[in-house]
Structures are given as structure tokens and as C-alpha cells.
Ligand binder design. Structure first.
Ligand code: NAD
Length: 507
């Protein structure tokens, strides 16, 4: 989400507040109408002795459970400083975390190498990210490096409940569950910011909500923060706005624009997870389907490559002539949404913008068109415009709604327009390892930087650190780097230890 109204809003970012309120009201309205949540098909069988179904992508029982805020829970050591769906799911969550660890070699290597030094000793981190098995590996790595953390979810749908349970059982102050309401969402973040004997000194954010809440409601606390690490396009945009208006009083690290984040998380991760999310929710066959991908940035490029690989006919919409030309060079047709809406089988938004798919477009779409969003916020598809009396919403599976027009036409809306891969599938742990190692190094850098190295501004991680993150991941491919000879290093004017590229180099 791009929020332009940082200055004039109340406690919370205004547009987000409105969106979430609307979404919450809509959900309540549907429930009061008797609800229509069909039992979701179990995704895969659990191997636990209880024989219960795995629920890591959610289940109807997850969604219908008592609000975790109303439950009294404590872990096996008697600690109750957390709020999760059900702490009894911890054993299953622990297995998920162990599986993720195997595919997160960079983070595990960092844990091993820096554990003795404890470079985050004394750091008190407020974390607000998607809470998945991979994030759990990051949280436990930060803890192994000496940090204390309190963590909330940055998205109301993406929490893996059993992973949150495993973290709570391990003693972490986790406040998150899948299907939080708007009020719950902010309550969870606030529990991480404000607690007894707790003065946070670092923020690790994804989308900027923890940063903004602390800035608005706890300005004195915010002024004592040493640094902010922000992962998303949206959050970074909000930081630059704060910086521009002179309201950023602490240094911030823009991890989103680190090469190791942008290329790997946005491009390679989305290239894999888009197909998974669509298959799980719709069982769609991609071959021969007419697809529109809105936005040919990193995420859009990943989605296009994946869908093309499975034989879909891929079209692209773009506003930027450079990206549009890139799409042409890669063999995609660049079209306007208004030209193509009528004949398309699948539309995916990846722009970081708002109202890219409007009610007018959706009125034109053909029966059965699937509409999904891969951008950070639910602003890309104008979902609110579908909440009118003439249209009927039918929940057919968890995260899958059929929107039915008076003439019987249906479109299939995934995750109510929220980012579909994180809401409906899992993302590759290996890629998250790269992003998470970058985040961990950014925290270490900001926390340990001598006074004066970073001012009240937004910074990129030094290139050498990006290279270090990449090198941590090479051994899993048995990749052997070539070393510069003295003569070659001199010829190129480089240090043999890097950095190997200037800051302006585009990978
Ligand atoms: N789902 C995920 O796992 C995931 C991962 C990384 C980033 N994201 C999110 O995806 C979004 C895109 O990220 P990115 O790295 O590709 O950004 P980007 O800036 O590289 O690409 C966005 C593209 O959309 C284009 N665009 C903007 N408005 C448009 C419009 N109205 N119509 C058509 N094109 C338009 C821009 O010109 C740009 O080329 C962001 O919101 C980001 O936070 C999601």
C-alpha cells in the first residue's frame, strides 16, 4: 500500500485503516447472514499421532475458533506473554520450522558463525512480518545472536498458526493468528511495542505498520529506537515520505532494494509461489489460458516467466515504457486492461499501486475469470466495489470467493485481493533465507554502527553485505567462486575481497 497521508491521519495510517475496517465489516456482514464458509478440503494429511489434519494454510476450524484474545493460554514453562491461535499446536509447528531450517542455509550459517560473538546482545526488536516457518527461523536466529524480540504479523491472513504456537512454546512473545480482525491486528502490534519493562531499540518491519504505530502513539519510545529495518516496497515508500517531511528521527535500512532482496524475494520467489497459490486454490490448468499480469517489475517478471513456462498465453499491462519494452523483448504482449478484460481467464496484479483492476473491468470479465493480487496491499483490485447489493458473494473454499453477477456470471476472487502467495500457499524457504539473512545483517549493522555512521535517513545495506549474504548461500549448490588474481584485481581496480560491483550496477 502506498500511503500519502502520513501527516494528516489519526493514530493509524488512514487508508489502511479504512481498507481494513471495510474488510472487517464485510466479513461480519457475511457471517451475520449465516455465513457460507464451506468446509475447506484438507490440504494434506498430518503424520502426527493425533491423526488430525495439517492446518498450515488454514482451515475452517481456524477461522471459526474463539478469538485467541479471549483464551487464557500459557506454554509448558508457565509463560503467558503471547497470544496465538492455540499453543497446543506447537509440536506440529516445530516440525515446520525444522523443515524450513533445512532450506535456509544462509541464516543457519549466520547463526553458527555469529553465535559466539552475539552481535545483537542488548538489542530489543519489535518485529512485524508475515509469521511463517521461515520467519520463525529468522526470529530464532536473532535470538541466538543475542536479541530479545516481540513479534506480530504484518498481514491478517498469512500467519501459520502452528508456527506461532511453536514460537510461543519456545518462550517468544508472539502476538498473531490467521484471520485477525482489524482491531486484533493493531492490538497485536501494540502488544509488541508496549509491554512491562520493555523499551524497544530496533524495529524490523514489513509494510511500515509497527513503525507508524510506534511513531504515532509512542513518540517518546520511538525517539529511543536505534534503527529500523524495512523489507517491503510499501514500507520503504512510507519511510522516504517520513524522511522527506523531517519526521524520521532514526536511521532506517531499506532492505527491499538490496539486490539480495529484490532479485530473489520479488523475482525468484514469486516465480515459484504464484503457481502454487493458484493451483491450491483453484486447481486451474495453465496451458493455453489467457493471462494478464499487471506490472512488469520484479514480481510481475517472476509471475510471467512461471505462467509462460506452463504454456499460458501471457499479456502484460504497464505504465512505464522501459518495463513495457522489457515485456515485449521477453515475448509478451503489452495491452491495456480495458482491451483484454473480456477475454481473460486469469488476472494477477503486481504493481504496488491501487485500483489497477476496477469494478468496470470486473463487469466486463468473462464467467470463471480468476482475479488475484501479488502486490503488498489489497488496494490493487478494487474489492470494495464488489460489495454492492446486486452481487452475491459465495465462499467456496478458504480464501476463495465466487462473486456472482445477476445474470449468473461468476468471477473467482482469491484472498479477497490480498497477496495471494502468502495468503494461500507457502513460499520457498531458500529465498526467504536470503532475505532474512539480509534483514539480520541490516539489524546487526544498524545496531552496532558507531555514532554518526548513519543519520536520520533511509539507507541501503552496503554492497559488501549483499555479497556476503549471497556467499552464505553458495555452498548449498556446491558452487565454486573464481578468485581474482592480483593482476586482475589491479586491472579492474577492485579489492580481491569485494565489493565487486559499483552501487549503480544493475544485476
Ligand atoms: N507477493 C509477494 O511475495 C511479493 C514479494 C515481493 C514484493 N511484493 C509486492 O509486489 C508489488 C510489486 O513489487 P515489485 O518489486 O515488482 O515492484 P516494481 O516497482 O519493480 O514493479 C511494479 C511495476 O508496476 C508498474 N505499475 C505501476 N502502476 C501500474 C498500473 N496502474 N498498471 C500497470 N503497471 C503499473 C510499475 O511501472 C512497475 O514496473 C509491491 O507491492 C511489493 O511490495 C510481493
Amino acid at each position: 500500500m502506498i500511503t500519502n497521508d502520513v501527516e494528516d491521519e489519526g493514530d493509524l495510517p488512514g487508508k489502511l485503516k479504512e481498507e481494513k475496517k471495510e474488510e472487517f465489516k464485510h466479513r461480519q456482514r457475511r457471517q451475520s447472514l449465516g455465513g457460507q464458509k464451506a468446509p475447506m478440503r484438507p490440504r494434506r494429511e498430518s503424520t502426527t499421532s493425533t491423526g488430525s489434519w495439517s492446518s498450515y494454510t488454514g482451515s475452517s476450524s481456524d477461522e471459526e475458533a474463539t478469538n485467541p484474545k479471549e483464551k487464557e493460554q500459557s506454554n509448558s514453562k508457565g509463560c503467558s506473554d503471547f497470544c496465538v491461535h492455540n499453543v497446543a499446536q506447537a509440536a506440529f509447528g516445530r516440525r515446520e520450522i525444522e523443515i524450513a531450517q533445512q532450506e535456509m542455509p544462509g541464516l543457519m550459517a549466520l547463526r553458527k558463525r555469529a553465535q559466539a560473538d552475539k552481535p545483537l546482545s542488548g538489542a530489543k526488536v519489535v518485529g512485524c512480518t508475515h509469521i511463517t516457518a521461515q520467519t520463525a527461523v529468522l526470529i530464532e536466529t536473532l535470538s541466538a545472536l543475542g536479541a530479545q524480540v516481540r513479534w506480530a504479523a504484518c498481514n491478517i491472513y498469512s500467519t501459520q498458526n502452528e508456527v506461532a504456537a511453536a514460537l510461543a512454546e519456545a518462550g517468544f512473545a508472539i502476538f498473531a493468528w490467521k484471520g485477525e480482525s482489524e482491531a486484533d491486528f493493531w492490538w497485536c502490534i501494540e502488544k509488541c511495542i508496549s509491554a512491562d519493562s520493555w523499551q524497544p531499540n530496533m524495529i524490523l518491519d514489513d509494510g511500515g505498520d509497527a513503525t507508524h504505530l510506534m511513531l504515532k502513539k509512542y513518540p517518546a519510545m520511538f525517539s529511543l529506537v536505534k534503527g529500523i529495518v524495512e523489507e517491503s516496497v510499501t514500507g520503504v515508500h512510507r519511510l522516504y515520505q517520513l524522511s522527506k517531511s523531517g519526521k524520521l528521527t532514526v536511521p532506517a535500512m531499506n532492505v527491499n532494494d538490496s539486490v539480495t532482496k529484490t532479485k530473489f524475494d520479488n523475482l525468484y520467489s514469486c516465480r515459484e509461489s504464484i503457481l502454487d497459490a493458484l493451483k491450491r486454490t483453484t486447481d486451474v490448468m495453465f496451458g493455453g489460458k489467457q493471462v494478464v499480469v499487471c506490472g512488469y517489475g520484479e514480481v510481475g517478471k517472476g509471475c510471467c516467466a512461471a505462467l509462460k513456462g506452463l504454456g499460458a498465453i501471457v499479456n502484460v499491462t504497464e505504465i512505464d515504457p522501459i518495463c513495457a519494452l522489457q515485456a515485449c523483448m521477453d515475448g509478451f504482449r503489452v495491452v491495456k486492461m480495458s482491451e483484454i478484460a473480456r477475454t481473460t481467464d486469469l488476472i494477477i496484479t503486481c504493481t504496488g499501486n491501487k485500483s489497477v483492476v476496477t469494478r468496470e473491468h470486473m463487469d466486463r470479465m468473462k464467467n470463471g475469470c480468476i482475479v488475484a493480487n501479488m502486490g503488498h496491499s489489497n488496494t490493487e483490485i478494487d474489492v470494495n466495489s464488489l460489495r454492492t447489493a446486486d452481487l452475491t458473494w459465495e465462499r467456496v473454499r478458504s480464501q476463495v470467493d465466487h462473486i456472482i453477477w445477476p445474470d449468473g456470471k461468476r468471477i473467482i476472487l482469491l484472498a479477497e485481493g490480498r497477496l495471494v502467495n502468502l495468503s494461500c500457499s507457502s513460499i520457498p524457504s531458500f529465498v526467504v533465507s536470503i532475505t532474512s539473512a539480509t534483514q539480520a545483517l541490516a539489524l546487526i549493522e544498524l545496531y552496532n554502527a558507531p555514532a554518526g555512521r548513519y543519520k536520520q535517513d533511509v539507507y541501503l545495506l552496503p554492497k559488501k553485505m549483499d555479497e556476503y549474504v549471497a556467499s552464505l548461500h553458495l555452498s548449498s549448490f556446491d558452487a565454486h567462486l573464481t578468485e581474482l588474481s592480483d593482476e586482475q584485481a589491479k586491472y579492474l581496480g577492485l579489492s580481491k575481497a569485494g565489493p565487486f560491483k559499483p552501487n549503480y550496477y544493475r544485476y
